[in-house]
Design a protein around this ligand. Structure first.
Ligand code: SF4
Length: 121
């Protein structure tokens, strides 16, 4: 089978290096265009098992705003982000909440917690 080339932008830092990966039979042969090793790791992960830090909101009672901003404390599989968003729509918390408080431990069994990204009295 022929060697396939995939181009992507590294999102690890603001330099946004243009990466180029050569793939054959589903195996990554090489990554180029990265200015540091993190770019190669990003490309390999992105092309095999992409993950993202997830930000969203959950409903909150007894607070001055109706929604509490939350964030995952690690990256989640990209394919599970929608499931996580739907789960968060189904829950409601009560004020007060401190920034960093775990709102959902181990969301969907993915080994990542959803935490409050701000305090709300
Ligand atoms: S390859 Fe390195 S320097 Fe380039 S965007 Fe990625 S992290 Fe930044």
């Amino acid at each position: 089978m022929a060697i396939e080339t995939k181009c992507l932008s590294c999102i690890v830092c603001p330099l946004s290096c243009r990466l180029r990966a050569e793939i054959k039979d589903g195996k990554i042969l090489s990554v180029s265009g990265n200015s540091c090793p993190r770019g190669e790791m990003y490309a390999r992960n992105e092309l095999t098992a992409p993950r993202r830090v997830f930000t969203s909101t959950v409903k909150i009672k007894n607070a001055f705003l109706p929604l509490l901003p939350v964030v995952s404390d690690g990256s989640l599989p990209k394919g599970k982000i929608l499931d996580c968003a739907l789960f968060l729509r189904s829950i409601e918390v009560s004020a007060p909440v401190r920034a960093g408080h775990v709102i959902v431990p181990d969301i969907l069994g993915l080994g990542v917690n959803i935490v409050a990204s701000r305090s709300m009295d």
